[in-house]
Design a protein. Structure first.
Length: 78
């Protein structure tokens, strides 16, 4: 008789969190989905489309001057 009349003890937060009603699986699936979306966003933002420029003397001069400026900056000793 005592068992029928006694009330259930309310669950603590840790017990409630650890109890599995399929919620953990849903939560993991949701977090995996979010992680996949973030990875896709980051990889698509990194990759930029290649724009083909015709090879002309001006482009070659600009590229060679940019390389020489970069080399000179790297050669500067502290």
């Amino acid at each position: 008789m005592d068992r029928i009349n006694c009330k259930k003890k309310p669950l603590s937060w840790s017990e409630w969190k650890n109890r599995d009603y399929g919620g953990k699986e849903k939560h993991l699936a949701h977090t995996q989905k979010i992680i996949k979306q973030r990875i896709e966003q980051e990889t698509t933002s990194i990759v930029r489309p290649y724009i083909h420029k015709p090879i002309t003397l001006n482009n070659l001069k600009w590229q060679s001057s940019a390389v020489s400026i970069k080399d000179n900056l790297l050669r500067i000793e502290p």
